[in-house]
Design a binder for this molecule. Structure first.
Ligand SMILES: [Zn+2]
Length: 371
């Protein structure tokens, strides 16, 4: 019966479209459900700040246990194609999408698990810790929502964001710095037939630079990508402009800085060589963190795994999450697997028995008595 309720929650939340910057409908539904569970809810004005129709949703539930509060979180938005989503349950508990959209288990799985865990604790009258909840918007856009949240609202010093692939029990304790960049090479236009020598070929200069940049994983633990390139106006004009975008990521913030310097040096060299100008812009989308394996947030997780018979497996990841921003604001955390597989594709899957397992784990965390 409780499994039926978990499925009903999951599938009905999946049916609400919630692409990044358009999370309003899901947020309103969640407000209703959280209020009926006794949570005080509050939506911030992140929507106005980042250009979406919805803010980050915060919730608080006082507890019976005299312990510090814990923060649980799951993001509200999904990637595209994410409109008209539906969840289809197979015989063995496998959940897939209709095939033309993502499923949206990333991150509705996390939301449904949190709701079901709170419901079970309530109906079984289990003494629970004080719980804080955060449902950020625009996580899929380099965590833009959680970047602008006012963390002075949060008392918890420990967080469990539910937003990871893999078997239940997997958890990420470290994530990278992600630096994204935009490089513009400014050459000079000229007629390609009458006076090619009077032009400065911006695309050729950029191409030479790109050919020299070590793409992929040039050093173990550092990835470098050029994602887009564009420039030029017409086939008979020497292109005056070429714009290139890309990103660098690593668990080591310093390594990202070094690699960014290498990329800039190579571009500077190739543009200088032909007399072109260079403009570079970069921003840190997220900053690396590492949660120590002997920290309370990790020990509590291991204890909850023991209690529920789940095999814990803690590792690092090269994917960012809202936890990157929580860590920047003094909240240690562990990102937990919550039954999402092949995410960001129309093959995305979840599984009802895994969701069940994750509910048991979250119940164990929420009712854990260590201060
Ligand atoms: Zn996610």
């Amino acid at each position: 019966m409780t499994q039926q309720r978990l499925w009903d929650t999951f599938s009905s939340l999946i049916s609400i479209d919630s692409p990044s910057y358009e999370e309003k409908n899901l947020c309103e539904e969640l407000k209703k459900r959280l209020s009926s569970l006794g949570a005080q809810v509050w939506e911030d004005d992140a929507g106005t700040e980042i250009g979406g129709n919805c803010g980050n949703l915060y919730g608080f539930l006082p507890g019976e246990l005299p312990t510090a509060p814990l923060l649980f979180s799951a993001h509200l938005d999904t990637v595209e194609p994410g409109r008209g989503k539906r969840a289809i349950l197979g015989e063995n508990g496998t959940i897939i999408s209709g095939g033309d959209t993502v499923l949206g288990a990333d991150d509705v799985a996390g939301i449904a698990v949190i709701l079901e865990a709170l419901t079970r604790i309530k109906e079984n009258n289990m003494p629970r810790r004080p719980i804080e909840l955060l449902f950020p918007v625009a996580e899929e856009r380099y965590c833009k929502g959680s970047a602008v949240f006012d963390y002075s609202r949060i008392q918890a010093k420990e967080a469990y964001p539910l937003d990871l692939g893999g078997a239940i029990g997997q958890a990420a304790n470290a994530a990278p710095t992600v630096l994204s960049f935009e490089i513009t090479v400014k050459g000079k236009a000229a007629h390609a037939g009458f006076a090619p020598g009077r032009g400065i070929h911006a695309v050729a200069a950029a191409a030479k630079a790109i050919a020299r940049i070590p793409l992929g994983e040039p050093v173990p633990g550092i990835t470098v990508n050029i994602g887009t390139i564009g420039g030029g106006q017409a086939g008979n004009i020497v292109p005056a402009l070429c714009k290139v975008t890309g990103e660098i990521r690593s668990l080591s913030h310093e390594a990202v800085l070094e690699q960014w310097k290498t990329v800039q040096d190579i571009f500077a060299h190739e543009t200088n060589a032909v007399g072109a100008m260079l403009e570079t812009n970069h921003r840190y989308q997220i900053t690396a963190y590492e949660t120590p394996l002997d920290s309370a947030v990790v020990r509590r997780f291991q204890k909850a795994c023991d209690k529920t018979g789940i095999e814990p497996s803690i590792h690092t990841t090269l994917g960012g999450s809202d936890q990157n921003h929580y860590a920047q604001n003094g909240i240690e955390g562990l990102v937990l697997a919550c039954s999402m597989h092949d995410v960001h594709s129309t093959r995305e899957m979840s599984n009802l028995s895994e969701l069940e397992q994750c509910v048991a784990l979250v119940v164990a965390l929420m009712t854990e008595e260590t201060i």
